[in-house]
Write a protein that binds this ligand. Sequence first.
Ligand code: C2E
Ligand code: MG
Ligand code: MG
Ligand code: MG
Length: 282
Amino acid sequence: VAKSSGRGRVTVYDADLEKDSRHRRFIERELRAAILTGELLVEYQPVYAATDNVLTGVEALVRWRHALRGVIPPSDFIPIAEETGLIHKLGAAVLERACEDARRWPGLTVAVNLSPIQVLKGDIESTVKRILQATEVAPERLVLEITEGVLIEDPEMALAVINRLRALGCRVALDDFGTGYSSFGYLKRFTFDKLKIDQSFVRDLADSADSAMIVHAIVSLARGLGMTVVAEGVETPEQVRFLQASGCHELQGYLLGRPMRATAIDHLVTGAKSPALVSVCA
Ligand code: C2E
Ligand code: MG
Ligand code: MG
Ligand code: MG
């Protein structure tokens, strides 16, 4: 609704938009406090080797444990953290927590998601370096996950940052592969240690011959380029069998393990096989 302000100016007033931006500012204030007071919680989802069911690593996934609203998923606050620049502090806090926790799981890799803002608009390399030094985690154990958006937005910068992170000894993974403007050209131009097939392809495996073909093609391409291939969103035994047969290296999904607290990973580490995978392979 546009209305005249009476002084020859026309202001555009949209109640929803106004409510929206007020809501965002409110969340921003709360989020800023949450980072400081430790209301942010990091859960870990187990990742298993596809062939021998051994636990190989975990992916750190942030949640916000809100005093009144309960546990808030990242999709509800990461975008706001990105818009407000809070993502740098938030991201560093997650990285720090994950590396700190990783000390309890010596044989495992720990994967941490990086926002495009962290990669393109900050000094992520220094942050990673500082945290690795402080926690004494071997750089090879840290996997940094980035999405295709980063490569599209600023290929030069992305290339430089990826190379610097790899030079520190960290691994870099391309997350959600197949969802963006996926171009095989990216795989040639950028060096990734890992490629994570997006869960949308895994979900459709049983019903869609196309998805099955795409997964096959992605796995063989990635393997050919020397990357470790990880399938996300594995929920059924049929998917496990298909992905194993395709030559996928690692599996991650609710069937094998949901994101869980660090203490639950402690228990998993002692009996390092996935019960679900073992029964599928039996
Ligand atoms: P992602 O990195 O692709 O993480 C995988 C998401 O899929 C997680 O959702 C996980 O809980 C969910 N998932 C895992 N297995 C299954 C499954 O079998 N079925 C289904 N339906 N879902 C499954 P979550 O934890 O809600 O995270 C969503 C996204 O938020 C992540 O996607 C990542 O992009 C972002 N995110 C999470 N933590 C962080 C963080 O610390 N920093 C940044 N920048 N982004 C984060
Ligand atoms: Mg991820
Ligand atoms: Mg993903
Ligand atoms: Mg995702």
